[in-house]
Structure formats: structure tokens, C-alpha cells
Write a protein that binds this ligand. Structure first.
Ligand code: F3S
Length: 64
């Protein structure tokens, strides 16, 4: 499973990081770092819940 990061949509709400600080990395200004996130086995539920918490829909879940 992978989370596709739409960096341009990020407004720095940091909800993703608040839910899963080990999965989502922010820059010094609180915006998500560019680049898709490969989710480790066992972290899928946490990662998908965290991605869905983004109010800007900047994090797209790719289940493949
Ligand atoms: Fe950005 Fe959404 Fe996270 S706005 S910091 S991707 S909660």
C-alpha cells in the first residue's frame, strides 16, 4: 500500500502527522514532504485513517 502525496494541495494542517508521526514527515514549516509514502505491513489502517483526516485531500490512498 502506498500514499500518493499531492504536495501542492497541502496547507500545513498537520493532521496526518498528528495521527501517524512515524509515517508522515513534515518540513520545518509544517507542510508534508514531497514524494509518495510506502506503508509498511501492519501500518495500513493507521496510514489510511491518517490520510483521510487531511481536510485538503492531499493524501490519496493507493491500495495496490
Ligand atoms: Fe498537509 Fe493535509 Fe497533512 S494539509 S500537513 S497533508 S493533514
Amino acid at each position: 500500500m502506498r500514499i500518493i502525496v499531492h504536495k501542492a494541495k497541502c496547507q500545513g494542517h498537520a493532521r496526518c502527522w498528528a495521527h501517524a508521526p512515524d509515517i508522515f514527515m513534515l518540513d520545518d514549516e509544517g507542510y508534508i514532504l514531497p514524494g509518495d509514502v510506502e506503508v509498511a505491513e501492519g501500518d495500513e489502517l493507521l496510514a489510511s485513517r491518517s490520510a483521510r483526516s487531511c481536510p485538503e485531500r492531499a493524501l490519496e490512498i493507493d491500495p495496490t
